[in-house]
Design a protein around this ligand. Structure first.
Ligand code: DLL
Length: 449
């Protein structure tokens, strides 16, 4: 169970690398009091300024004055992507556009983009949340931080950039792509922190190895990851091969971007939620009803001090569970399990429900396989077919046809026992699958045309 946590009033904050100890290490009672005061203010603000919410709340006969406890949040309507699409581009904004100092958008795969705007106050909250997660990973003012997220409408690049400036780190704004140049820059500038999606970080690692770059001797020490689920084993693999410590950080455009939650170094599979800025709920994705604390469900987030585009009860579709048990790192902020899957990424193949995370778990349980994989679903013959392409770990590759043939049978059997359908398995040489600069795409569903 690890070391029991001292009560917050016994913590010597000066010894803890914590950005805002009076909030991050405060009592649960105080955190809830902060949340309630902010929730009441935020609901009033939203009702007064955003007609879309006023109409929904009026339909439900809910007034801002009905919010008296944190549980009263359940009286409020849910919001999902469709609300932002319906009101594209500025219909949910609560301020005049003159007060918006920055815009971002997420493209999505269908329909209009999701557009969000930040006021000056929103930018302050955003950079503070990022500063916290960077500090949770050990980043300090002395670090040289190389950005490998794309700058642009994606919230990852600029969001992390502002947060690093806030703690006084030096930004090296390289952006996504040009992988060899990234490695050259790490070497030339003595970069100590790399910011990337885990899949792109793995690619940078592999390209470096191919070029003969000695990661063990490099200046790099920390990886700040996020933006996509990190398959089990991938972070550990990168840590071992690049000789760095990496944290995985979560967020989404609709509620802010990165900065919603971040991994500390005590619990490597969980992330502390910035609870003074976000009220979380975990609900049954089918009914919308709350699940008991600690159980798996869909994360619903209400930003508590968002001025530009407030959203109430945003349905993230991300599946997780949350605990409020204190953490050995000293923080008392609730922790969410890493998001491995979404309520909407379930595939139905020949009538069977399949989650990509199930495939990832099987792959992670077989040491000879690398975490790089792709699922292709087609129905050329009239019947759905699932093909799983997965790379062999570079240390385990063999030229022997017989060996590979037998190994393919073993992997197929293991996948079949978990997925309850028999996939076609193709084992690939290391580095065969296409690498992406941003979020990895593991599913290619050709049935949708
Ligand atoms: O990906 C924000 C972000 C950027 C977070 C950089 C962290 C670092 P969107 O493009 O709107 O925003 O995508 C949000 O990506 O609902 C999750 O499904 C997924 N996601 C983001 N971070 C993680 C993570 C950014 N660490 C959607 N683990 C979210 C798992 C993640 N999934």
């Amino acid at each position: 169970m690890g070391t029991p946590m001292p009560s917050p009033d016994k913590i010597d904050f000066s010894t803890l690398p914590i950005y805002k100890p009076d909030v991050e290490c405060t009592s649960r009672e105080r955190i809830r009091a902060i949340q309630l005061a902010k929730l009441i203010d935020q609901v009033n603000y939203t009702y007064d300024r955003v007609s879309w919410y006023r109409d929904r709340m009026d339909e439900l006969h809910v007034r801002p004055s009905d919010i008296k406890t944190l549980d009263d949040v359940r009286k409020l309507p849910f919001t999902d992507k469709s609300a932002l699409r319906e009101t594209f581009p500025f219909g949910l904004f609560a301020t005049s556009l003159d007060e918006i100092v920055e815009m971002h958008a997420s493209s999505g795969t269908t329909g209009k983009p999701i557009v969000v705007g930040y006021t000056k106050e929103d930018m302050d909250v955003w950079s503070e949340c990022i500063a916290r997660l960077a500090q949770m990973a050990g980043v300090t003012a002395g670090d040289r931080v190389q950005m490998a997220f794309g700058y642009g409408m994606f919230t990852g690049g600029f969001g992390l950039h502002y947060g690093i400036l806030r703690i006084g780190g030096m930004m090296i704004p390289a952006g996504a792509g040009n992988t060899e140049r990234h490695i050259q820059m790490i070497n030339d500038y003595g970069t100590t922190v790399l910011i990337a999606t885990p899949s792109y970080a793995m690619h940078i690692c592999e390209v470096g190895e191919k070029l003969g770059f000695d990661w063990a001797a490099s200046s790099l020490q920390i990886g700040l990851f996020g933006g996509e689920p990190c398959p089990p084993g991938l972070k550990a693999e990168i840590e071992a091969r690049m000789h760095i410590t990496c944290t995985d950080n979560y967020g989404l455009t609709e509620v802010m971007g990165p900065g919603v939650s971040g991994e500390c170094l005590a619990h490597r599979d969980q992330q502390h939620i910035a609870e003074d800025h976000f009220l979380w709920e975990v609900v049954d994705p089918d009914t919308g009803e709350p699940v008991p604390e600690g159980e798996m469900g869909e994360l619903v987030l209400t930003p508590l001090d968002k001025r530009g585009i407030p959203v109430l009860r945003y349905r993230t579709h991300d599946l997780t569970r949350v605990t409020t048990e204190p953490c050995e790192c000293g923080r008392t902020l609730a922790r969410m399990d890493k998001v491995r899957s979404r309520s909407d990424d379930m595939l139905i193949i020949r009538g069977t429900n399949v989650f990509p995370s199930q495939v990832e778990d099987v792959i992670a349980s077989i040491p000879r396989l690398a975490p790089q994989y792709r699922m292709i679903i087609d129905n050329e013959s009239g019947l759905d077919r699932l093909t799983i392409e997965v790379e062999i770990h570079p240390d385990a590759f063999s030229d022997s046809f017989e060996d590979m043939n037998q190994f393919t049978q073993e992997v197929t059997a293991k996948l079949q026992s978990v997925l309850l359908l028999r996939p076609v398995v193709r084992l690939l040489e290391p580095n065969s699958l296409e690498r992406t600069l941003g979020k990895a795409k593991h599913v290619d569903d050709r049935r949708r045309g």
